[in-house]
Each structure stands twice: as C-alpha cells, then as structure tokens.
Design a protein around this ligand. Structure first.
Ligand code: ATP
Ligand code: MG
Length: 352
C-alpha cells in the first residue's frame, strides 16, 4: 500500500480543533482509496513560542524536510506579538522549501448564504495564484531616524525573472486544466519598475500558451470585480502582497473565512509543500468545538491531490459540497453544527 508521510502542525487556537477534523476525513478517504497516511505531530506555534522563545526548534525545518507534505492549522496567540516571529516562521518555511506557489481556490459551495449569492450571483469558481517567495514581502528595508522630523522608512520589493517565470508557467498550466483563462493582477501603472517588469515577463510567458486567454487588470479594478462580476475570473496570477489581500477577499465572498483552503506548493516536489486553511487561529472561538473545519478539510483534499491521490481529493470535495448543501452549517454560516459534526458528515459521505 502506498504510504504518504505527513508532518502535522496543529498550531494554536482552533488549529487544535480543525486539524484533527481534517485528518479524520483524510483517513476515511485513504481507507476507501487504498493508501496510508503516516502522521507525525509537532507541537509548534505561538504556544511553543511562549515556552521556548521560538515558533519551532532550530532544527525544525530540517525535521520537516523529510516529509512528503506538511498539514498545518494556524499560528497566533493574543499574548504573543505575532507580527515578527509568525511572519518570519511562515516566510521561512515557504522560502526554504521553495513553496513559490500559494494556491487559493475561491468557489461558492452549494447551500452557503454568501453575500454575493444573496445578490443572485452563483458563478464563482476561480483560483488565486499568489507568488509566495519574493516581491513585496522579502523584508528588505529600514527605518531611519524614526522620531526625528527627518524620519524615513523603506521596503524594497524584489522580483526576479526566474521568480516571475516560474509562477507564470504554473498559472498557465493550471489554466489549461481549467477554463483556459489567466488574469494577471498588478498595479504596474504606479509601481512602474517592479510591476512593469512583472507584466513584461508574464506577457512573454503567455506567448508560450496560445490556447490560454491572457489579460491584465489593476488590483483596484480586480477588487471591485471580485464583488461585482466574479464570473470573469478563472486563474488569477498575482504578486505576494496583492495576492495576500485578494485571497482574503476571496474567502469573504465565499461566505466565511472558515471555508477557504490553501496550498503553499513546491510544484517540482523537490521539497515538502504545506497545506493550511486561510483563516488564523481565531482565539475568540477557540476551545469551544464550534470552528468551521471546511477550510482545513478542503486544504487536506488539495494536499492529497498534490500527493497524487486525485480520486480521494475529489471524494472529499464532493463530501464538503454535499454537507454544505444539506444545511449542516457551523456558527460562522449562521448554523449551530459543531466542528465534529461537519467532519462526521463528510466522513459518512466518503465511507458510504
Ligand atoms: P491571523 O492574524 O492569525 O490571520 P486574524 O485575527 O486575522 O488571525 P482569524 O483568526 O482568521 O483572523 O479570525 C478572524 C475572524 O474570523 C474571527 O472572528 C474568527 O472567529 C473568525 N474565524 C476564523 N476562522 C474561523 C473558522 N474556522 N470558523 C469560524 N470562524 C472563524
Ligand atoms: Mg489574518
């Protein structure tokens, strides 16, 4: 039997509830589709930081490297200033393992009371592909004389041809498997060096995919289009910071942050990829068993697909859709179902 070695990091807050729910669903899918998931748990995150002064041990990345994939919950704790260490932690994992693709599907699930569905829009099914390794988030800058009248601060974005080319190829190849349309979202009319170069390289790569329709959109227009005409999108390719913001908006138009999945992917499979829901540790609802596990469960499906278990992944996604359609909803969607009830329903769907 094929075995996939998975490092599991629950993290903090609701991570401890949604990750076990996701694992239960994946195990049901593994049983049905004839493969094994070998899981190893690591108690890292903000809780770990409070005890040890770091989000993971020094050899943490070395430890993770040996796995086929990383299944992750969320990090964050109200008592820990997460701006620096958490950012560094996720950025380090993403760059060390060359997870240069951040893959975030935005799809309206059946039965979900999304703000857009209420306006008659049903047609939401696209993917935000966010460049995950460079751009605006390289943390390359400084603050000079902060308290004097001459105070000045800079952050310099860094884009490389190689970095732009690889994310472009990934996006066009993804579009070939979907509705064959790529929209490049930038702000190159004002960031006239970095993003103009981004556009230039993406357009060059586009020529190698004549079967894919290619267009560009500025992020201001794209944000409005997410809400007013989401049906125009299939695959969106965008930079690290723009993608960070747009993909949260994507989660919102799906009806709840608790629904959104993501993958930090190294397409070459040279290093493990990491799969996590888009939401954070949600300390306000943690410990009550009421968090929506769908973002985590769906992330698990994306992980299985990445590991070559396409049928299992499709089964899980179908189970999610059947559950939302049945009206079994957690509190964020206006329902009363508990985290475990959602997982049970999906497990039942898969096992029947
Ligand atoms: P982070 O800084 O870690 O991203 P955050 O404060 O930005 O955290 P979240 O932790 O994602 O954001 O929480 C934002 C809001 O969404 C909270 O009110 C939280 O309760 C809600 N929320 C997040 N995830 C879920 C979930 N899985 N189920 C239900 N509600 C959720
Ligand atoms: Mg957040």
């Amino acid at each position: 039997m094929k075995t996939h070695n998975i490092a599991v990091v629950n993290g903090d807050g609701v991570g401890n509830e949604i990750v076990p729910a996701g694992l239960r669903v994946m195990e049901a899918a593994a049983k049905k589709h004839g493969f094994e998931l070998k899981t190893t748990f690591y108690p890292w995150g903000a809780g770990y930081y409070k005890k040890h002064g770091a989000f993971m041990p020094e050899d943490g990345l070395e430890t993770l490297k040996a796995f086929d994939a990383i299944y992750f919950g969320a990090v964050g704790d109200p008592e820990v200033d997460d701006t620096l260490p958490a950012m560094l932690y996720t950025f380090k994992v993403r760059t060390t393992f060359k997870q240069y693709v951040n893959y975030r599907p935005v799809k309206l699930l059946p039965g979900i009371p999304s703000p857009l569905r209420n306006k008659g829009m049903e047609d939401i099914d696209f993917v935000v592909v966010r460049e995950n390794n460079e751009g605006e988030f390289v943390q390359n800058g400084k603050i000079l004389n902060p308290d004097s009248p001459s105070g000045l601060a800079t952050d310099t974005s860094v884009f490389t041809r190689a970095g732009i080319e690889r994310i472009a190829h990934y996006s066009f190849q993804l579009a070939q498997k979907r509705r064959k349309k790529v929209t490049n979202v930038t702000k190159s009319n004002t960031l006239i060096n970095s993003l103009a170069y981004w556009d230039y390289v993406i357009a060059e790569v586009a020529q190698q995919y004549p079967d894919v329709e290619y267009n560009t959109m500025y992020v201001d227009n794209a944000s409005a289009s997410f809400v007013l005409r989401p049906e125009v999108f299939d695959v969106i390719v965008t930079t690290n910071m723009i993608g960070d913001i747009l993909s949260d908006l994507g989660g919102a138009i799906m009806g709840s942050l608790g629904l959104g999945p993501s993958g930090n992917i190294n397409p070459e499979k040279e290093f493990p990829s990491m799969f996590e829901p888009i939401h954070g540790s949600a300390p306000d609802i943690a410990g009550k068993g009421i968090a929506n596990p769908i973002g985590a469960i769906w992330s698990g499906a994306i992980m299985l697909e990445h590991l070559g278990e396409k049928a299992a992944a499709e089964d899980i996604v179908a189970g999610i859709a059947q559950t939302t359609e049945s009206g079994l909803h957690t509190i964020d969607l206006g329902g009363q179902a508990k985290t475990d009830e959602i997982a049970d329903a999906i497990v039942n769907y898969i096992s029947k």
